[in-house]
Ligand binder design. Sequence first.
Ligand code: SAH
Ligand code: MG
Length: 198
Amino acid sequence: MKNLILEMEEYAKEKNVPIMEKDGIAFLMKFIKANNIKNVLEIGSAIGYSAILMASSNPDVKVTTIEKDEVNYLECLKNVKKCGFEQKVNVVFQDALELNLAEGTQFDLIFIDAAKGQYIKFFEKYKYFLAPHGTIITDNIHFHGYVGKKETIESKNLKQLVTKIENYIEFLKTNEEFDTRFYDVGDGLSVSVRKNEK
Ligand code: SAH
Ligand code: MG
């Protein structure tokens, strides 16, 4: 298991796959343990790094993870098999914005870590699958340190993405249904819980 994690870190570095930063994933694993989370939905599996580590953080936690890129999906499946997690991690090969989950499906934790420009869409679509006491956590709230420093960016595409993350942050801050806290760990995480469930 330890070796597989190291191998995945190496692979991600070589192929430029944006897996979570170490303190970010450590935060998630602690959160899963502390809150006795059983069912996780992850949007954006990449090679399965965060899905496998989340699944390993509690004996009875199960992770459903969605990936739309075929190369990453196949790599993720391979890694899930390598660590014998076929029963713990369910990898779904589809665009998360097109997937139809069975009605009534519920998750204790939804982790959003896919296309940064679509965060509001993911949030709005998947909040209906959140258990009453559930939490939505989002990665890359700092977007590699660019959020808040837009004037230093030259690329138009990059600027647009940063604007989208800023809009997402504003969406969370002004959200009537959810209370959100922002954490300065990894590349920035947001933790959102339903207001009436506290
Ligand atoms: N959570 C992973 C990293 C994910 S990187 C980890 O920390 O280990 C983001 C991934 O989201 C990429 O693999 C990308 O292909 C995928 N992605 C982007 N948009 C998506 C969408 N609409 N549906 C499903 N996957 C998506
Ligand atoms: Mg990320």
